[in-house]
Structure formats: C-alpha cells, structure tokens
Write a protein that binds this ligand. Structure first.
Ligand SMILES: O=P(O)(O)OP(=O)(O)OP(=O)(O)OC[C@H]1O[C@@H](n2cnc3c(O)ncnc32)[C@H](O)[C@@H]1O
Ligand SMILES: [Mg+2]
Length: 196
C-alpha cells in the first residue's frame, strides 16, 4: 500500500485528510507519527508560500511524497484577518478557544450582514525530484455570535457555511468533508493523488 505523509501536527487536519483520502486506499501518516521532526517555521506571507515550505521541507527529510496544508480564516470586516496568521491569532500558544474568542471580540460591534468570511486551504504536494503542485480551495460563510457544535477543530464552532443554519462544528466529519475548503482544494488534486 502506498504511503502519504501529511506534513502537519494538527490532529484535526489529520482527521479531515484521513477521511478525505479514504477512497484512494493509501496509508496516511502525519508528523504526529514522527515526533523527532521539528516544526517547519512558517515564514511565508501567503498560504501558498507556507504550504510549499512545509511540503518541500518535509519531503527533503523523508524522501517520499508529502502533502502539506496551510489554511485559515479570512474575515471581510477585519480586512482578511486572521488569514495566514490564523493559528497564532491570539498568541504563540496556538490555542483554538483563545483564537475564536479573539475573533468574536473583534466582531462584537459587527452586524450579521457584515460578518462574511471564508475558510481558505492551500494544499501543496511535494515529491522527490518533481515540481511541487499547489491548489487552493475556499468555503464561503459567515461568523456567528456564539460558538456552537462539538465536531471539527479550530474556528469550526464560529463559522457558518453559506446556505446552512449550522456551524461547521455542528456538522459531522462526513458533512464537513462535502463542502470544506480542504475538500475543494483536494478535489483539484485527485489525479495527482491517484498517481502518487
Ligand atoms: O501548520 P500545521 O502543522 O499544519 O498546523 P497548524 O494548526 O499550525 O495549521 P496552519 O498553520 O495551516 O493554521 C491553520 C489555522 O486555521 C485553522 N483552520 C484550518 N482549517 C480549519 C478547519 O477546517 N476548521 C477550522 N479551523 C481551521 C486552524 O485551527 C489554525 O488555527
Ligand atoms: Mg502551522
């Protein structure tokens, strides 16, 4: 069975990818299986730069196909913040609850109609001696006023996908994976994943 390494230490992303990649019958590993590999410093200013950096750095180390994901939440009323800085929005500790509470605080004067936002996911696939492939997926929606739901991770409890009356965290993993930014990015990479 072919093995793909997801260059992330985020357990929520690993779960998303495990489910999304199930149809391809490959063995999924992540950096949680390689605790000796240090975090890649995300020095880029775009999702594309950071996804490429993570994929290529880890591919250099493991010498096998690597998928990296750089993602985040863009909020229109905050000029696109937290954006590429989503993981550390409320500080270096990278705490999901702190991050979403900071968003709610910064939007407390913002009316429902102005709370539009989108999740962005850029996936980079790096393979030894091949050019890295990069694709972007998005999921449009809005920021609610109170966190709701127990599923998912990160900002899921405060993000309501467009057309739904539920937050992303109130959806099951299967339901999230039909509409998510990560699904929309991976859909463009199906051919590459099949050939890995
Ligand atoms: O860099 P890696 O190791 O992959 O893990 P990370 O958690 O640092 O990941 P990013 O740098 O890509 O930052 C992504 C941020 O956006 C959030 N995020 C990404 N995808 C999400 C999703 O599907 N649902 C909710 N929040 C998400 C996530 O919680 C982080 O705060
Ligand atoms: Mg990160």
């Amino acid at each position: 069975m072919k093995q793909i390494i997801i260059a992330t230490k985020n357990a929520g992303k690993v779960k998303d990818f495990q489910k999304l990649l199930e149809p391809f019958h490959c063995e999924i590993k992540s950096l949680l299986d390689f605790p000796e590999i240090a975090d890649v410093e995300e020095t880029g200013t775009t999702f594309e730069e950071n996804a490429t950096l993570k994929a290529e750095t880890i591919c250099d180390i493991v010498q096998q196909p690597v998928i990296a994901d750089d993602s985040g939440l863009e909020i229109d009323a905050l000029n696109g913040e937290p954006g590429v800085y989503s993981a550390r929005y409320a500080g270096e500790q990278k705490n999901d609850a702190d991050n979403l509470n900071k968003v709610l605080h910064n939007l407390k004067e913002t009316k429902e109609i102005d709370r539009t936002a989108r999740f962005v996911c850029v996936i980079a696939i790096a393979e030894p001696n091949k050019e890295t492939i990069i694709k972007r997926g998005e999921c449009e929606g809005a920021i609610v006023f109170e966190p709701k739901g127990e599923h998912g991770f990160g900002y899921d409890p405060i993000f309501r996908p467009k057309g739904l009356d539920l937050t992303m965290a109130e959806l099951t993993l299967e339901e999230k994976n039909k509409i998510s930014h990560r699904k929309n990015a991976l859909d463009q990479l199906v051919n590459w994943v099949k050939e890995l």
